[in-house]
Design a protein around this ligand. Structure first.
Ligand SMILES: [Zn+2]
Length: 334
């Protein structure tokens, strides 16, 4: 502890000598982005296990899947998970939904997962979500993603995301999760916390997270702690490791157009930096101060269109009912 304190003192002293008053006047980046809109479906194995086997009503079953969504939404809303905004699109009847009759008597065969994902690609649409405000302006708010709850062993897997990684920017943002675990056709109920982790992990793939075949692409050191993208372990930490933070950050930047709303334009940011850096009494430090702060604070400035889209997103609640937004999928097919 003592060593740490003296180190801190040196750092503070160093800052005071080289760059006085710089930090106060320059607003750091404040990132906003588009959101991700999720539709939850179920297949026949899931519906039958919970309604016949466990005697759940449809209302209880909807509450069960909504609970899984709400917990995942809460984790992804926090810093280490990139502040990804998930909204539930609750705009169709799951009992008669497009995956409700899906049944595969040979699901545990090695290609059962591929057949399920192929059926999802064929039956479920994904694409852009838009909303037209009362003044007639249409705003692009983000992307849709479809997930299917199952209670079966599809291809030996508890869950999978579409093979296109990251799939959010394409037409196939699909993932499935099982509330069961087992060998072959024998499936037992899985613990809720393990299913929660599975959902966070598969959504991580949708957003660009990877682990490679032996976890060489993720932060999974021998003995732990393990990030959320580690495969083959449970009790994962609710965070992305450094490499996956970069991968997911790129998806946020390019697919969800993450941008900096702290300034109205690049030039107003550069002017603010220049004003603050000019206060430095050591003239040799002024230009390095400008260069460093423009690079750190003046990139990816939001356009006016991006900022108004964000205001529309902020006005939405989750779940989103019928006829609130326009999104490809069952809610728009009735
Ligand atoms: Zn994985």
């Amino acid at each position: 502890m003592k060593r740490l304190s003296s180190l801190m003192a040196l750092v503070v002293l160093g800052l005071a000598l080289t760059a006085p008053a710089v930090a106060q006047g320059i607003a750091g980046p404040r990132y906003v982005k588009k959101a991700v809109y999720v539709r939850i479906h179920w297949d026949r194995t899931f519906y039958e296990y919970w309604t016949v086997g466990r005697r759940y009503s449809v209302a209880q079953l909807n509450a069960l899947v909504n609970g899984y969504f709400d917990r995942a939404r809460a984790v992804y809303a926090t810093g280490p998970m990139q502040n990804i905004d998930l909204f539930l699109l609750d705009d169709f009847d799951r009992v008669t939904g497009p995956m409700a009759d899906y049944y595969d008597s040979n699901s545990s065969a090695s290609d059962g997962d591929d057949r399920l994902l192929n059926a999802m690609r064929a039956r479920l649409k994904t694409g852009n979500v838009q909303k037209t405000t009362p003044n007639g302006t249409t705003h692009l708010l983000g992307r849709t993603l479809n997930i299917v709850f199952v209670h079966a062993n599809y291809g030996g897997l508890g869950g999978a995301a579409d093979v296109t990684i990251p799939s959010l920017g394409t037409g196939d943002a699909n993932a499935f999760f099982s509330t069961g675990a087992g060998q072959g056709s024998t499936v037992n109920e899985q613990r809720q916390s393990v299913v929660d982790e599975l959902i966070l992990h598969e959504l991580g793939h949708i957003f660009g997270g990877q682990h490679g075949s032996r976890n060489e692409l993720a932060d999974c050191p021998f003995g732990g702690p393990f990030e959320i993208m580690c495969a083959g372990y449970t009790n994962l930490q609710r965070r992305f490791g450094p490499a996956n933070t970069n991968r997911v950050g790129n998806v946020m930047k390019y697919t969800l157009q993450r941008c900096n709303s702290a300034y109205s334009s690049v030039s107003s940011c550069e002017n603010a930096v220049s004003t603050e850096c000019s206060r430095i009494l050591d003239y040799t430090q002024i230009q390095p101060c400008i260069d460093a702060n423009v690079a750190a604070n003046c990139r990816d400035i939001c356009t006016g269109t991006q900022k108004t889209a964000r205001r529309v997103i902020n006005s939405l609640t989750s779940p989103i009912g019928r006829n609130v937004v326009v999104a490809p999928g069952p809610g728009q097919n009735q």
